[in-house]
Design a protein around this ligand. Structure first.
Ligand code: HMG
Length: 390
């Protein structure tokens, strides 16, 4: 029998500010229901001036290190599409902030919103090779689109950290997956741009096509039949996308299309993303956290995961929720973090949106704003300087 491998612990962090989408609706003269019903979003997390993918990623990973220590961690995989350097992996800064052992490899992965799934799969392979090892996977992103563009209500910011290990406490990642790649231009961010470019309607069609193809490959590889899955986690650029993708998957796979059944299979996965916004690579694992933190009893449940990253790569795979997983959750703390975010108004939002990476200025000190455990203090000689706040 092969050793079960999967997600032993899961933690998140997000921007410490929050914007209600009514602010954007008012500025654009749009009905709020287009956001709350049409795309299924209410609020979005916004980063403070001294927060970025490193501080959020480190804040998420710190919770895991505080609980489990560093023993067995010889690999850190940092997934992001909000790169902060063309050469150095953002995870190397996290490695230093968390005081991880020098006997460790650290690398960054990129493929739009998909790369955290690649990191998770690579991590399971490393643990399969040596079950004493544990791999720290971090997904962290800030989603930014142009002002007045269709993507503006689908911004957000957040990070998820996962400890991948043998005999995991939370979810076993089952062997086998369905994969799909297609070179398309539905969403991209050329070097030097802070905001992404997107062909919104095309990106939705491309996502649905990728769902279909990833599932076909999963079935061809001899995966579980669709009837074995009771819950599904999707990449959620906005929560309505998960509903569209789910209906499409079930139709493709020949499952039960009853609206109530479909809704029950994904509703608990939508709660966090609805009030955090798009967190790109982290989004599907925030969906998992939202599901595990819900009131539902999930022991033994089989979860279908559909990861999509524009450009595009997709993967379908299965996870099984472990007995006793509830003892390892921190649902109340997670909800408290979301409640503690500071609301910002229209003027503060525009200041955030105009903010550009000041690293090119050589010397620059950032205002002390974050309540989190780490901050980006500034830049000296074009070098980023991160500090602990505790
Ligand atoms: P849009 O074109 O402004 O919106 O932008 P719309 O006119 O299509 O309306 C959206 C929905 O709201 C529609 O429902 C309307 O009917 C409804 P649908 O037909 O889709 O079911 N609606 C209303 N409902 C209730 N009351 C009202 C009302 N008015 C309208 N009054 C779009 C929508 C998603 C295109 C835009 O937000 C966008 O461009 N977002 C960014 C791209 C994106 O998120 N794409 C998703 C797939 S690609 C992906 O997931 C990858 C990504 O995360 C990047 C990565 O991988 O790195 C983006």
């Amino acid at each position: 029998m092969t050793t079960p491998i999967g997600i032993h612990d899961l933690a998140f962090a997000t921007g410490s500010r929050v914007l209600d989408l009514s602010v954007i609706a008012e500025r654009l003269g749009t009905e709020l229901e287009k956001y709350t019903i049409g795309i299924g979003q209410e609020r979005m997390s916004i980063t403070a001036a001294d927060e970025d993918v490193v501080t959020m990623g480190a804040a998420a990973a710190k919770q895991i290190i505080d609980r489990h220590g560093v023993e067995g961690i010889r690999t850190v995989l940092f997934a992001t599409e909000t790169g902060i350097d063309q050469s150095k992996a953002a995870g190397v800064y996290v490695h230093q902030l968390l005081d991880l052992p020098a006997t460790c490899r650290v690398v960054e992965l990129k493929q739009a919103c998909y790369s955290a799934t690649a990191a998770l799969q690579f991590a399971t392979a490393l643990v399969a090779r040596d079950p004493r090892q544990r791999v720290l996977v971090i997904a962290s992103d800030v989603a930014r689109y142009e002002l007045d563009s269709s993507g503006e209500p689908t911004q957000g910011a957040g990070a998820v950290a996962m400890l991948v290990a043998s005999d995991p406490d939370l979810v076993v990642i089952e062997p086998g997956s369905g994969v799909f790649t297609s070179d398309i231009m539905d969403f991209w961010r050329p070097n030097g741009r802070v905001t992404a470019l997107v062909d919104g309607k095309y990106s939705i069609r491309a996502y649905l096509q990728a769902v279909e193809n990833a599932w076909s490959d999963y079935a061809a590889q001899g995966g579980f039949p669709i009837s074995e899955f009771s819950r599904f986690c999707y990449h959620q650029p906005f929560t309505k996308m998960a509903s569209k993708a789910h209906r499409h998957l079930i139709k493709t796979a020949g499952g039960d299309l009853d609206a109530g059944v479909l809704d029950a299979q994904i509703a608990p996965t939508l709660k966090y993303n609805r009030i955090i916004g798009n967190t790109y690579t982290a989004s599907i694992y925030l969906a998992l956290l939202s599901l595990l933190d819900s009131d539902e009893e999930l022991e033994g449940a089989k979860i279908g995961f559909l990861s999509y990253g524009s450009g595009s790569v997709a993967e379908f795979f299965a996870g099984t929720v472990q007995p006793g997983y509830r003892q390892h959750l921190r649902a109340e703390e997670n909800r408290a973090v979301l409640e503690a975010r500071v609301p910002i108004d229209a003027a503060e939002y525009l200041v955030w949106h105009e903010r550009r990476d000041p690293s090119g200025l050589g010397e620059f000190t950032l205002p002390n704003e974050t309540p989190g455990p780490f901050r980006l203090a500034g830049f000296t000689d074009l070098k980023r300087e991160y500090t602990s706040t505790q």
